[in-house]
Design a protein around this ligand. Sequence first.
Ligand code: NAD
Length: 294
Amino acid sequence: MQIGFIGLGTMGLPMASTLVSAGHAVTGFDLAQDACEAFRLAGGTLADNPANAMAEAEAVITMLPEGRHVREVLRPEVLGALPAGRLLVDCSTIDVTTARDLAGMAQDYGHAFIDAPVSGGAEGAAKGALAFMTGGDPEAVARAQPLFDAMGNKVLHFGPAGSGQAAKACHNMICGITALGVCEAFALADGLGLDHGAFFDLCRNAAAQSWILENRCPVPGPAPAAPASNGYAPGFAARLMAKDLGLAQEAAQACGHETPFGAEAARRFATFTQETGGHLDFSAIYETIRKAER
Ligand code: NAD
């Protein structure tokens, strides 16, 4: 399939690269030159702006930080200039309202839009093993199946446009709350003089096991591939975790639901992001928690 891919960052680059490996013709664009160069080295074709990346594409995939970036790339004059009938697949994690607005706008110009945020991290993206949480017209989701087959191993459909983002907000609220729990337990283990490796080994083989513990163990050493063992290079940047927890709070407020643990996680990651810039992996919040709880 001819694909336009906008946003070649931590996630977008490996996702676009797996599409190239699967035999799709992918034209990419990113504002960052180093991201573009990495995609060129992976066999992708580059465009000099988003509209040119989309011009010949049957399907357009966006993998951008926030809703405002997706709105900027899929703005009305760009959608209006495309021949009708394009499939727009937004894999970014954004707010439900923006996803619904974009679906409506796409429809006005004769295109199909689905929201398809992902889980699995950069590791899952590199292995073509992402899970997609989709929202939108089932026919449009079916059209995107060859793309999902290349980039992932699980596709769940939650309902109309915005439902994928709703599922993602709830999912990431679990991740944020779990991350704080794992950090707090490691900080306590530290205070009690436990060996990090032995404690990690216990938890990963017992009831405390989780993806967050295994893949984002917050202390250096026990998990060699985890960000903590690599200077906390993301992974999933703390600023993105703060954003996602904020989206979950927005969604909770919109439906009048109280989520006190989610609210506390949102507050902690927002503060950490304000204090540090939030560029390190979210597991870097461990040091803050360890110091605060001494
Ligand atoms: P990132 O910051 O590494 O990459 C985003 C890329 O978008 C950057 O390269 C940036 O230059 C580019 N960009 C920004 N505005 C642009 C524009 N107008 N036109 C073209 N390019 C533009 O972020 P990421 O980690 O790849 O995350 C992307 C999305 O996926 C986010 O919504 C994030 O919440 C979500 N997500 C990330 C992970 C993860 O583990 N990193 C996991 C699941 C979901």
